[in-house]
Design a protein. Structure first.
Length: 375
């Protein structure tokens, strides 16, 4: 009996070590960078057409297409209200573009009263000109200070369209003395993540909030200035980044009908250093991760390309104040490791993975796009 036990023990050790020998160690990729275009103003948003052409926006109201080394302006975009934080913002290509040719953009505009309004349109591109414009969503005209528009556009695998919008209003102040409560007002479009069908109509399974008899476009609320939006490819959940005041920038996992707290609470303090409660109220959702001091978290994406080896599955976050592109290792709902993939390159506005698996990063002063290539 002892002999049999001894043999089994030896076999177990052999199997254990054999498994370890066969495991591939995690390898971090070498990377190189190159600037693929420069000399622009603020490049706010970017996406890729099915033929791999890059389409990108300049905040001042210009839209461009890059085909190989050639950049061409796409003319005919509606008039943009380029003031303070407003302008031509995000751009997104419909997942079924090859069938329907729709492109989506968010921008600030002047309404009847002349104040700031956030609009979402879809359009087609013919001969490098915008055509077939449809206005599918608009806020009211109450963004008097032209700040905190958000805004990002994202599609899920069922082609629902998500649009993040900042609090707008007359200014920003957190805590009991807040004068701008748009983000908590369920009759206001400001300070929300909206969920639409691709034609702008409301999905019947959107949440129904108190005071409403049916669903509205509002999917979540209590957002200050959400400038990053992406679907997590592992979980199909919507992830979001938003600016806090002095500190308290957040990563949130957006849940249907959830309240993310602004301006009731924040992990930061007001710009005038007055405190904001950091204790969540009843029914409010905690952020997954926060930054203090602020990095001014902006565009985000997950790495899905095998070319990035052990970085596959990591979250990339662009930082305006930090001037870094941040890389985060995610385990479930926790950040377990962090580093700067690009450091001190300028205000990093957006990040996207290209069809070839490389990473495109838009940086300001001057407006340029840096390509990160895994080696």
């Amino acid at each position: 009996m002892k002999t049999v036990t001894y043999i089994l023990l030896i076999l177990s050790i052999f199997v254990l070590f054999s498994c370890n020998w066969n495991e591939e160690p995690e390898v971090a990729p070498g990377i190189k960078t190159q600037t693929i275009l420069t000399g622009y103003e603020i490049i706010w948003g970017m996406d890729f057409l099915p033929d791999s052409d890059l389409i990108f926006t300049e905040k001042r109201g210009k839209l461009y297409r890059r085909d190989g080394e050639t950049v061409t302006e796409i003319t005919g975009f509606p008039e943009v209200r380029d003031r303070n934080q407003g302008g031509l913002l995000d751009i997104k290509v419909h997942p079924d573009y090859q069938e329907n040719n729709w492109v989506y953009a968010s921008y600030s505009a002047s309404g009847i009263s002349g104040e700031g309004q956030l609009r979402l349109i879809r359009f087609k591109i013919n001969d490098n000109r915008v055509s077939n414009i449809e206005n599918i969503f608009s806020t009211d005209e109450t963004n008097e200070w032209n700040g905190h528009y958000g805004s990002r556009i994202e599609f899920d695998k069922e082609n629902h369209l998500y649009l993040s919008i900042g609090e707008g209003g007359s200014g920003t102040l957190g805590g009991p003395n807040a004068t701008n409560t748009n983000a908590q007002d369920l009759t206001s479009a400001w300070g929300k993540v909206h969920r639409l069908l691709d034609d702008g109509t409301i999905p019947p399974d959107n949440p129904v909030f108190p005071g409403n008899v049916g669903p509205t476009s509002i999917f979540s609320y209590g957002h200050r200035n959400p400038q990053g939006l992406v679907i997590n490819p592992e979980t199909d959940e919507l992830w979001e980044t938003e600016h806090g005041p002095r500190g308290g920038d957040e990563i949130n996992v957006i849940k249907k009908g959830s309240n993310y707290g602004w301006p009731v609470y924040s992990y930061g303090v007001n710009y005038n250093y007055t405190p904001i409660p950091s204790t969540h109220g009843e029914g409010m959702t905690e952020p997954l991760f926060t930054w203090t001091p602020s990095i001014a978290a902006c565009g985000i994406t997950f790495i899905t390309s095998d070319r990035f080896k052990s970085f596959k599955g990591n979250l990339l976050v662009s930082g305006l104040i930090s001037k870094d592109l941040h890389r985060y290792v995610i385990s479930g709902y926790k950040v377990t490791e962090a580093e700067s993939l690009l450091s001190n390159v300028g205000r990093v506005r957006d990040v996207a993975q290209a069809p070839d698996g490389s990473i495109y990063v838009s940086v300001e002063d001057p407006g340029r796009i840096i390509q990160i290539i895994p080696e």
